[in-house]
Design a protein around this ligand. Structure first.
Ligand code: GLU
Length: 499
């Protein structure tokens, strides 16, 4: 058997969104699983809507997402060019071949004429479909009009009764031929129609499997008609189900940010999104494993386990996976990824030096379990970067530590001992706590809660065992917003609380 070849064929008319990303991912998984070839083809025949910057962004987004391809506009390949706008000669040549064979014909109908026909059909309750008027023109007459410079589209003659294929996801799928009007292959300005260019390219590029969104199911009969007209063997088709929002309507901008870039911007890790999207419509053979590394996905992926019912996008589950991948990420990488979020919050300035980066690893280790994505980081680290004793003693949730006798007593005993210590370590902190316990008889929450509030300004947060060295180390760094050490915090606190 020839090598398996698949393609991802986006139109550069906007940003890559979840639906397209999932299509790209399934093509990639299928190719990698079978040791096949993945082709990236840019379908930029819609001149008005296609933009170069979308193409650039598209490649960048796909790379960020962790995909690679074997042939494409950036890396070339044996079937170049991989941009449809650069393949016009091919489309013209094959169009001419079909005309010469009598399988396609010139159509001179004006847009107004066609629109009037369409309206008439709609009024009569019929499905609009091209009447085939120009098919009746004698071939020589049509050719002479074109030779004389008259604009004409090229249309395919639909001669078949029905179109059927065994879809690898949907099973046997068929369309009666009579619902399909003769489709336009080339517009009068020479631009190829999607259904035409896609068939020429898939055939010439040796594509064996077309894996794409099920919004293209109704295009498939037109494409099959073309394969028949050329006497070409069609590829296998696998149409992936629609992705729905939580309200079960097709996922769209209405449901919030759905472009790959948006996920990147909020700090979703690419491996989390990849794992999550792989499970939208596919599941591994055991049906239960949810955390799958790229290698697991490649090893286990099969189209047989892709379901045809629509998949619902569940942001909660994506966040759960992201938490998993953040925790599993090498600390240095997570620290580097978090830099832009902390720069934006004003907590860091670029370039970030090596000691700061090493310290950031500790910070992330302390807070990572409290966040779903990196844009929640500034909130989670606020208690490290911002400490203001005045707001601690006036804060609704925190002022009880100076208003109530118990906490005041604990802090009155704790603070002088802490201030008498040089650099604070957690071991030293525990020793002081023990001595405060002996002195005041307070222990557990009664002892540690007031200390936490005085030190962090918050009633909850990461373990003090982690925070204490973070404060002490952080205070030695030069940061746009200096981190206060344990003693700075407690001194400020004692001053404003008049302890
Ligand atoms: N350019 C088409 C799209 O983005 C590709 C469809 C196909 O894969 O055939 O929807």
């Amino acid at each position: 058997m020839n090598k398996l070849r698949v393609r991802f064929a986006p139109s550069p008319t906007g940003y890559v969104h979840v639906g397209n990303a999932r299509t790209a991912l399934f093509n990639w998984l299928f190719a990698r699983h079978h040791g096949g070839v993945l082709v990236l083809r840019i379908e930029d025949t819609d001149v008005e809507r296609s933009k170069e910057e979308y193409e650039t962004q598209l490649l960048e987004d796909l790379r960020w997402f962790g995909l690679d391809w074997d042939e494409g506009p950036d890396c070339g390949g044996p079937f170049a060019p991989y941009r449809q706008s650069e393949r016009k000669d091919l489309y013209a040549r094959y169009g001419q071949q079909l005309i010469d064979q009598g399988r396609a014909y010139y159509c001179f109908c004006s847009a107004e004429q066609l629109e009037a026909e369409r309206q008439e059909a709609l009024k009569a309750g019929r499905q609009p479909k091209y009447s085939g008027r120009c098919q009746k023109l004698p071939r020589e007459e049509a050719a002479a009009r074109v030779a004389a410079g008259e604009g004409a589209a090229v249309r395919l003659k639909i001669v078949d009764e029905s179109f059927a294929w065994r879809d690898l996801v949907h099973g046997l799928t068929s369309f009666p031929g009579e619902v399909i009007g003769d489709p336009i292959l080339l517009r009068s300005d020479g631009h190829p129609a999607y259904n035409y260019a896609v068939v020429i390219d898939d055939h010439l590029m040796g594509i064996t499997h077309v894996i794409r969104g099920d919004d293209h199911i109704s295009n498939t009969p037109r494409q099959l008609a073309l394969y028949r007209a050329f006497d070409w063997q069609p590829p296998e088709f696998a149409h992936l189900s629609t992705i729905l929002g939580p309200d079960r309507a097709r996922l769209s901008k209405r449901h919030g940010a759905t472009a790959l870039q948006n996920f990147r911007d909020v700090g979703i890790l690419p491996e989390a999104l990849r794992n999550y999207l792989a499970l939208l419509g596919w599941s591994p053979a055991d049906g239960t494993t949810e955390i799958l590394s790229p290698a697991d996905l490649v090893a286990q992926f099969s189209l047989e386990r892709v379901i045809k019912s629509p998949a619902v996008f569940d942001a909660e589950k994506l966040h759960w996976m992201n938490r998993h991948y953040m925790k599993a990420s090498p600390p240095r990488r997570l620290a580097e990824l978090s830099v832009p979020f902390l720069v934006r919050a004003g907590y860091l300035a670029e370039p970030v030096d090596a000691p700061t980066l090493a310290w950031l690893e500790r910070v992330l280790d302390a807070v990572v379990k409290n966040i779903s994505h990196l844009s929640e980081l500034p909130d989670a680290v606020r208690l490290i970067f911002e400490y203001d004793a005045k707001s601690v003693i006036s804060g609704e949730e925190t002022r009880h530590v100076i208003e109530e006798a118990g906490p005041r007593e604990v802090l009155g005993a704790f603070i002088p001992q802490a201030l008498a210590t040089g650099e604070m370590t957690y071991e030293r902190f525990r020793e002081i706590a023990k001595s405060v316990q002996r002195e005041t008889g307070k222990k557990g929450k009664e002892l540690f809660h007031p200390v936490r509030v005085a030190l962090t300004g918050a009633v909850s947060g990461p373990e003090l065992e982690k925070l204490i060295p973070i404060f002490e180390e952080g205070a030695k760094l030069s940061l746009p917003r200096p981190v206060k050490s344990v003693s700075q915090r407690l001194r400020e606190f004692a001053a404003v609380a008049k302890l």
